[in-house]
Ligand binder design. Sequence first.
Ligand code: ADP
Length: 177
Amino acid sequence: LEPKEEFHHKTLAVDVMRPRRSDPPLSALRESGMTVEDVERLISDTTYSGFPVVITQESQRLVGFVLRKDLVISLENARRYQNGVVSVSAVLFTECDPASSPNALPAVKLRSILDLSPFTVTVHTPMEIVVDIFRKLGLRQCLVTQNGRLLGIITKKDILKHMAQMANRDPDSILFN
Ligand code: ADP
């Protein structure tokens, strides 16, 4: 009898990812349509180390991942040094400006701080494989998708907590250290 084996195969990325079903949705940024104050509010309302960027709220299609610290520095710099940047200025992670009228406020362009290829797995990926990828690639977080829609995030700490829970049930099953 090998309950350990069975457990490994049954735990999937969807079982470890956040948010949990009862939690508020993932805090993500939209690649366009947000203002400086929208992004500043998201930063001050949360403590997450990073934020996925999606095309639209409806599509939840992933564009990239931005670290909180890079976002904070870039917004501070834009406020301080970029002419004409105010609270209602647009924040853009897009490649080029959507057609803007000549008298529009200057936008804060942040594509350069975006990781355009964040690691992603699907909800069905076995945790055994996720753990292996974290160890081999030295990841801090990975994103979880289903049918091309962003659904969640798994951080290294989430995995360590999950491993600790598993170890409580079965001390032989530690995979990640
Ligand atoms: P850590 O897991 O190292 O504490 P974070 O502070 O980034 O890293 O994440 C805290 C918790 O919130 C983790 O459980 C993680 O899965 C989750 N989380 C991380 N980023 C986000 C986000 N943008 N939206 C919602 N939940 C997130």
